[in-house]
Design a protein around this ligand. Structure first.
Ligand SMILES: [Mg+2]
Length: 329
């Protein structure tokens, strides 16, 4: 579809917000951005956020939406131990959305990019049936790459941060869970304004041998499954060890279902050959780290529950399907 003069103006207006950068030889304004020759291995990832699938406009500020669209991509680069560098953005707009909204989305995106040294080197705007933000992000790795296929039996499994907050926040935002004001605010913000663990990923990449790692976008159980599958191993997870926030406990209680199956926390899960005490890792990675289990040779994931018995088999929730913002049929 050809672009109307208005669309060109909009692209120009939005990209101007982001200002000139230093990473690109040529930024927005030509058919392509020009990047200098790479000095390190390049990581490339892409992710979309679509209205009514991943978010509703009424849930939060457009600035947070723009920031979140970048964060979900930053998290993928973090999961592989990379430093994010440049991105291109596609904004799909439906009828009825004004210029002010676009400005605010880009404002949040630009601020998030600036915070982590990422430059937006190009963009596109298109008409569509739903509002959607798609970002392709490059990162570079100078040392080891953190991969999903590096898990070995005997490795200790850790996660950063706390689990299940975003899933609880999503339930609060969509009216399926009630909580007191403080917990409601904390959990909603964990969904609306997640933090990508970029610095922790960079520091993890210095550990030898390079840990297996993944970011928790679809939920612990499902994302752990990707490591097990790619590494050809199994795992034992201690349900009682899962890090739950005070807000999660206040809103959900001790039930770990959301912590196991809830997605979009954007924390990191990683496996270390040589176990370190969690407090030492917390200090060296700059974020809370909790030991939650170990890699086994069994080929399957088992959950050790509070009574010490073993529970294997399928996950308690499937991350994405259960967490769609749109109610099921
Ligand atoms: Mg990922």
């Amino acid at each position: 579809m050809s672009k109307s003069p208005g669309e060109f103006q909009l692209i120009e207006r939005l990209l101007k917000r982001l200002g000139p950068g230093r990473r690109a030889i040529l930024g927005p304004g030509d058919d392509c951005a020009i990047l200098p020759p790479a000095r390190a291995r390049q990581l490339l990832t892409i992710d979309s956020m679509v209205e009514e699938v991943h978010f509703k406009l009424a849930w939060g500020a457009p600035e947070a939406l723009g920031a979140r669209a970048l964060t979900v991509n930053l998290s993928d680069i973090a999961a592989m131990g990379g430093k994010p560098t440049v991105c291109v953005v596609n904004l799909a707009l439906r009828d009825g959305l004004g210029l002010r909204l676009c400005d605010r989305i880009y404002k949040g995106l630009g601020a998030a990019a600036a915070r982590c040294g990422v430059e937006v080197v190009g963009g596109n705007v298109t008409r569509a049936g739903a509002l959607a933000i798609t970002i392709a992000l490059l990162g570079e790795v100078r040392g080891a790459v953190l991969r999903r296929d590096a898990g070995r039996p005997g490795d200790t499994i850790y996660v950063t941060g706390t689990l299940g907050d975003a899933a609880a926040g999503l339930r609060i935002l969509s009216g399926r869970l009630r909580a007191r004001a403080a917990a409601r605010k904390f959990l909603s913000n964990r969904f609306l304004q997640p933090t990508a663990r970029v610095e922790a990923g960079l520091r993890l990449a210095r550990i030898k041998p390079a840990p297996a790692a993944i970011d928790l976008s679809d939920g612990l159980w499902q994302d752990l499954g990707h490591i097990l599958e790619r590494s050809g191993v199994g795992a034992e997870i201690d349900a009682g060890a899962l890090p739950l926030s005070a807000a999660y406990r206040a809103a959900v209680g001790e039930d770990p279902t959301l912590a196991l199956g809830g997605g979009e926390d954007y924390e990191l899960l990683f496996c270390l050959r040589h176990a370190f005490p969690a407090p030492a890792l917390t200090r060296s990675l700059g974020v809370r780290v909790t030991r939650i289990g170990r890699i086994t040779s069994s080929g399957k994931a088992v959950l050790i529950n509070a009574r010490g018995s073993l529970r294997g088999g399928p996950p308690l929730l499937t991350g994405f399907d259960q967490l769609r913002s749109r109610p099921g049929p």
